[in-house]
Design a binder for this molecule. Structure first.
Ligand SMILES: [Zn+2]
Length: 286
């Protein structure tokens, strides 16, 4: 069942757990994410990057159809909406959350841009995620990790000024593969949680360490983004089967199924470490 992203995050905040937001890029990845959520009786946030689809509008509408068919709470969120056009397309496509990522702009401009979308989205029940602080990627992690970290007091001001519904924070995570061991700043997360009321988002879940993620969800992250690790496992599984001479790998149709199964395996692992298993609040009452 389709719900707003904020509804999922509010339940998570109250229950003290996190909800996985896997990056999807086609119908099959959406379907295996929904299957995983049903199997674990868990809410899920389907995260879509603009660059992962040719058309946000039709993709959003397709995910809506599939979300209506399952009896777990499902939100559809635009991941890293870095321009107005992507945010508007996502709204038009029926997404129930958009990330208005202007973290590359100075503090006040970032807040102003988020506020603009908050005013547009509030009347139609679309959740607005903002990012304050930045998330490094690749080699950047070594040079910029410190500089990018979210300051708790500034985060408080940012939430007040922007009116965002939830906030992505930088606490030492990295997007994609880490070039060194992940160095997660749990104390900083605790301080941010105490300073702001809105739910918090952990970006760059891939390879951040299951124990680290579980701890962040216990401290106060209600959404965990993850993509690369699941993509990689899908390809790894395919290559393993290929090396074994599995005839299914000789067709794109059957070979794809091996990949989606590998992708799903990782989605399930991350969902379990977020602590959302069994947290479906949409129970059937006969
Ligand atoms: Zn991200």
């Amino acid at each position: 069942m389709l719900v707003s992203m904020l509804e999922i995050m509010q339940h998570a905040k109250k229950g003290g757990y996190g909800v996985l937001a896997p990056n999807v890029f086609n119908e099959d990845t959406v379907r295996v994410c929904l299957e995983a959520a049903v199997e674990l009786d868990s809410p899920i946030i389907i995260d879509v990057l603009e660059s992962n689809t040719k058309d946000l509008v039709s993709f959003g509408k397709m995910i809506r159809l599939l979300a209506h068919e399952v009896r777990v709470p499902v939100a559809i969120n635009l991941d890293h909406g870095q321009n107005d056009a992507a945010c508007m397309k996502a709204i038009y496509g029926g997404f129930t959350g958009i990330m208005v990522d202007r973290s590359f702009l100075p503090f006040e401009e970032n807040a102003r841009e988020v506020r603009k979308f908050k005013e547009l989205c509030a009347p139609i029940g679309v959740t607005v995620e903002a990012e304050f602080g930045q998330i490094a990627e690749g080699e950047e992690y070594l040079e910029k990790r410190e500089e990018y970290l979210t300051d708790p007091e500034m985060a408080k001001k940012f939430v007040e000024l922007s009116g965002c519904d939830c906030l992505a924070v930088s606490i030492g995570e990295a997007h994609g593969e880490y070039v060194t061991e992940p160095d997660i700043d749990f104390e900083r997360l605790q301080k941010i949680k105490e300073a702001v009321d809105v739910p918090l988002v952990f970006h760059g879940g891939s390879w951040s360490g299951f124990e680290n993620i579980a701890k962040c969800c216990q401290i106060g992250c209600q959404k965990v983004n993850m993509g690369s690790h699941a993509y990689q496992n899908g390809v790894d599984k395919y290559m393993e089967e290929r090396a074994k001479g599995n005839p299914d790998t000789t067709s794109a149709r059957t070979g794809g199924n091996i990949m989606w199964a590998g992708y799903k395996e990782i989605v399930i692992k991350y969902m379990k470490c977020c602590g959302s298993e069994g947290k479906n609040w949409l129970k059937i009452v006969d």
